[in-house]
Write a protein that binds this ligand. Structure first.
Ligand SMILES: [Zn+2]
Length: 327
């Protein structure tokens, strides 16, 4: 089965920016389609909180769906023209969070006159929602973790590119830390998938799963955990890499990407540990810290399975699941 790369990319924000407006000066009119108006208002509120104000009725601002699908981009800005175009199909496939990010990115160009900024924190995450082409290597696959505690930073940075790096930017967590664990459950699943339910664990917790990595094209291995309806997930795709994201209100929001599926900490991925501590959700892959997220309020379930298309892969081997609370 062929991997549907389109599915992966449709969850990524890709922006193209152009300074080629054909030389035509845009008249100073305010022409924002109703779909985008709430985000423009949100932009103005965030600006005001930071002591900045904009009068788009004075400067003009046009935000419309593009007439034709945008090639390899979700949106584009015509620099210096207060003019933005958004791809319609992409727009309706995005969560509210990603829509805000996409418009803030474009307004970063059009209202704030900013160009792309492509430096990163130690965990590989972009430092700015103004990341954009040209990319090197696999950087085009990397999302901006515009979510939770990072979101405030990204908006601060949007309005002030000289902002110093946040404390959490280059943080790392120690897998071998001494912890007092109380075992909640320990299973050695004999089946090829697991879906363990818990009765609302609200203490700090640790989830450790061990499995045999499937290095076969077309198979997607997914670990999900957290609260029903709003949970985190890790999705591993052979020959591609893995994503960490948050599923919220039915939308997948990709927040982090790593390419190293077959050599994480020197071997193929066979162990994922989720640990709550220091107010965060810490993610270790093969005992190596890779990323941290906002602490989830409770743990209702842990699910792990491998799918090929819609079919569960019966030969997927899950070796163990260990869930503990941390005192
Ligand atoms: Zn851009």
């Amino acid at each position: 089965m062929k991997i549907n790369w389109l599915i992966i990319f449709s969850f990524l924000i890709i922006t193209a920016c152009s300074d080629d407006g054909g030389g035509a000066e845009m008249p100073a009119i305010y022409d924002v389609a109703p779909e985008f108006e709430p985000y423009v208002q949100e932009f103005l509120r965030e600006a005001e909180k930071r002591g900045q104000s904009f009068d788009f009725r004075e400067t003009g601002l046009s935000i419309q769906f593009s007439e034709l699908p945008l090639n390899n981009a979700n949106g584009r800005c015509f620099l210096g023209q207060y003019r933005v175009e958004i791809d319609k199909v992409d727009w309706f496939s995005f969560s509210e969070l990603f829509r805000s990010y996409l418009l803030f990115h474009e307004l970063g160009h059009c209202a704030l006159d900013r160009l792309h900024r492509n430096d990163k924190f130690d965990d590989g995450s972009w430092k700015s929602i103004l990341k954009g082409d040209p990319f090197t290597g696999f950087d085009d696959r990397k999302p901006v973790p515009y979510f939770g505690f990072r979101r405030d930073y990204f908006i601060d940075e949007l309005f002030d590119e000289r902002l110093s790096d946040p404390d959490w930017g280059d943080i790392t967590f120690d897998y071998d830390k001494d912890l007092e664990r109380v075992e909640v459950s320990q299973t050695k699943p004999t089946e090829s998938r697991l879906n363990e339910r818990f009765s609302g664990i609200t203490d700090d917790y640790e989830v450790e799963v061990a499995f045999d990595f499937i290095d076969q094209r077309g198979i997607w291995t997914t670990l999900e955990w957290g609260a029903v309806g709003s949970n985190y997930y890790i999705q591993i795709v052979p020959d591609f890499g893995y994503y960490i994201g948050v599923k919220d209100d039915g939308f997948n929001n990709i927040l982090h990407y790593r390419q190293d599926t077959d050599r994480a900490n020197g071997r193929a991925i066979d162990n994922i540990t989720i640990r709550q501590g220091d107010g965060f959700e810490q993610i270790f892959v093969n005992e190596q810290f890779v990323f941290h997220l906002d602490r989830q309020s409770q743990l209702d379930y842990v699910a792990l399975s491998a799918l090929e298309g819609d079919q569960v892969v019966g030969t997927f081997k899950i070796n163990s699941l260990k869930v503990s609370t941390i005192q």
